[in-house]
Design a binder for this molecule. Structure first.
Ligand SMILES: *Cc1c(COP(=O)(O)O)cnc(C)c1O
Length: 412
């Protein structure tokens, strides 16, 4: 029995053959030199961000979570379109500092080492502190350097984002500091001479449930207000987290950005007094870049085994782990997939699309129905812009890394 595939992102659907920024898939491969290849459509990223910016109240900044796609040429394009960059390692911080001033960069993630804390303090990057111990180490390092660390407190919220693929709140967690410890810690770090930058509250990721996102944002504002009241200080910035998902699978529908913006504007119009003077941010990775990326891989072999057809392509989970269902998914489902130059052809061939790795996990399309194709044709896997190249085990089996290229890039 064949299995459904996810929806092709609207900017690529309804085409006769796949074109990205005016060039066909084959032209992109020629420009990049070879397959496998990630093409990132920067124009569509700009369009999405403009739409989100228009939907959100002015008091809310948009931050980009760099780990979704840290490729420097892409980051250089995204940075001017967002108010801040959120990084999760010193390596990402170095990339972010190349394209954004330090006061617009924050550094989250558990297990920051002393040398990472020191690099952030020296650069003036905000540390989103993940534990009491990390605050203590940052204060010590700041004292030794004679510099005031910029510290925001990442709060482990006492609720979670409903319907999110990855839950980050409402339970014991390696991320953030439990609510009860937060007010005392704010007082402690300001007494010690650090610059308190506010709260970072991230309740979950990859949710397509608009109502749940609205509810979580409201609860996050309330939690920030309560903690600010208990701490006796107004947070300069309240980072409300993100969690906007994108449609990867059959039946998924996009989140309603306009509805989220309206609800957030209403919530913030009635601002709790403890937050009067605060700014706000939402931080998004996958929503910003995910649908802009297409992974192109060429059919090397077509074979049948038993009753089943297999198209073997030249790239797989070594570059696009998530599409193989091995990156944080419980049940494997098919990403949107197509024969690149036959988007409008009748789909009447049931086949599995498998990568070149010697593991049964390397399956990009499981019993999908596609138009008839031949060896040499290009297969496109959509929704490849986030958690693709950098989140896949490219060293596994020793095939070359995937190439990456920008479409619709602005010259800097
Ligand atoms: C990973 C991460 C994000 C981005 O999540 P997306 O699902 O890509 O939007 C945002 N904030 C924090 C703290 C993260 O760890």
């Amino acid at each position: 029995m064949s299995k459904p595939t996810g929806p092709i992102p609207p900017q690529f659907a309804e085409q006769e053959q796949l074109t990205i920024g005016g060039r066909t898939a084959e032209q992109w491969v020629e420009a990049a030199g070879d397959t496998p290849l990630f093409v990132y459509d920067v124009g569509s990223i700009g369009d999405r961000l403009a739409r989100l910016r228009a939907a959100l109240p002015d008091i809310v900044d948009i931050h980009y979570a760099v780990k979704a796609n840290p490729w420097e040429p892409l980051l250089a394009q995204v940075a001017p379109l967002v108010g801040g960059l959120d990084v999760a390692s010193a390596g990402e911080m170095v990339k972010a500092l190349a394209v954004k001033p330090a006061q617009h960069i924050s550094f989250a993630g558990p297990g920051k080492r002393d040398n990472e804390l020191e690099a952030a303090i020296r650069a003036g990057v905000t540390l989103n502190a993940e534990s009491v111990g990390e605050v203590d180490r940052a204060l010590r390092i700041g004292k030794r350097l004679g510099l005031a660390p910029q510290i925001a407190i990442r709060v482990n919220p006492d609720f979670e984002l409903r319907g999110s693929g990855m839950k980050m709140g409402g339970r014991a967690s390696p991320f953030g500091i439990d609510v009860a410890s937060v007010p005392g810690l704010v007082r402690k770090l300001t007494d010690a001479g650090a610059q308190w930058r506010g709260f970072h509250i991230f309740a979950g990721s990859q949710s397509l449930d608009t109502a749940a996102i609205i509810e979580t944002q409201a609860a996050t504002v309330d939690l920030a207000a309560r903690l600010a009241g208990e701490a006796g200080a107004v947070p300069p910035l309240v980072n409300l987290g993100g969690g906007f998902g994108i449609p990867y699978f059959h039946g998924d529908t996009p989140v309603d950005i306009a509805a989220i913006g309206t609800a957030l504007a209403e919530k913030l119009a009635d601002m709790p007094v403890n937050l009067s003077g605060s700014r706000f941010a939402i931080e998004l990775g996958r929503w910003i870049v995910g649908e802009a990326g297409v992974y192109l891989t060429r059919i090397v072999d077509i074979k049948t085994s038993g009753e089943e057809s297999f198209w073997v392509v030249d790239g797989g989970l070594n570059h696009q782990l998530a599409a193989s269902g091995n990156f944080g998914t419980v049940v494997r489902r098919n990403y949107p997939i197509a024969v690149a130059d036959r988007l409008d052809h009748l789909a009447d061939v049931e086949t599995s699309v498998v990568g070149p790795l010697c593991t049964p996990l390397d399956r990009l399309g499981d019993r999908v129905v596609l138009p008839k194709a031949e060896v040499g044709d290009l297969i496109a896997i959509f929704c490849a812009g986030a958690y693709g190249a950098s989140a896949s085990p490219s060293g596994f089996l020793g095939h070359p890394a995937a190439r990456e290229i920008l479409a619709n890039a602005k010259n800097s």
